[in-house]
Design a protein around this ligand. Structure first.
Ligand code: ATP
Ligand code: MG
Length: 183
């Protein structure tokens, strides 16, 4: 599985539709302070199901919607799409026959978030399960926020174990057990 494209539309400072093409090898994003580099990484985490406004540096989830600028009105929705190439057929069960996986998350003011997986309406849970089974997702240890390394060093053993479990790809199992126990 390989992330190949991230499209932002009305997400934070990306008011106009913007594509970030993720080619083979290393992709670097450079630019002056405040140009939106961190917003790109946040868009990636958000489309994978991030639900903590603080992780998006906001007070509420709707803060990810473009809030207006001197010459532009605020938008009513934000949308992020992620394209995943599955030529290697390594996607988790249910998706391993697909050549490509497209995930879209859209948030509309006063209406919350909606997700689509390959064109079909799905629940947030379906998206987070897809990524948990693929050992990635909004909480993936591969996405390193500013200050996260020192957080990890100072973390309690239990919290540190969760990071290792995420990396080992067993967090999807935990999520299913948790849901089974609630039933
Ligand atoms: P640095 O180099 O300082 O880390 P950066 O390139 O990572 O900067 P970001 O933090 O991604 O920059 O972008 C911050 C910009 O995004 C700010 O100008 C902020 O006003 C803008 N921004 C954040 N949320 C919104 C929003 N909802 N609507 C409009 N603009 C927003
Ligand atoms: Mg930044």
């Amino acid at each position: 599985m390989q992330f190949t494209k991230l499209r932002l539309n009305g997400f934070k400072s990306f008011v106009d539709p913007t594509d970030l093409v993720i080619a083979d090898g290393l992709t670097g994003v450079v630019g002056p302070n405040g140009c939106g580099k961190s917003n790109l990484l946040e868009a990636l985490r958000w489309v994978m199901g991030e639900n903590r406004p603080t992780a998006m540096r906001g007070a509420g989830m709707e803060d990810v919607i473009f809030g207006g600028a001197a010459t532009r009105n605020a938008r009513n929705f934000a949308e992020v799409s992620l394209t995943i190439d599955n030529a290697d057929r390594l996607a988790p069960a249910g998706f391993n026959e697909e050549d490509q996986i497209d995930i879209i998350r859209r948030i509309t003011r006063d209406a919350g978030s909606a997700y689509k997986l390959n064109g079909k309406d799905v629940r947030a849970r379906d998206v987070s399960m897809l990524f948990a089974d693929a050992s990635t997702g909004a909480h993936s240890p591969a996405l390193v926020r500013q200050g996260q390394i020192s957080e990890l060093i100072n973390a309690k053993p239990k919290a540190r174990r969760r990071v290792l479990e995420e990396a080992a790809g067993i967090s999807g199992l935990y999520q299913r057990r948790h849901e089974a126990e609630l039933k």
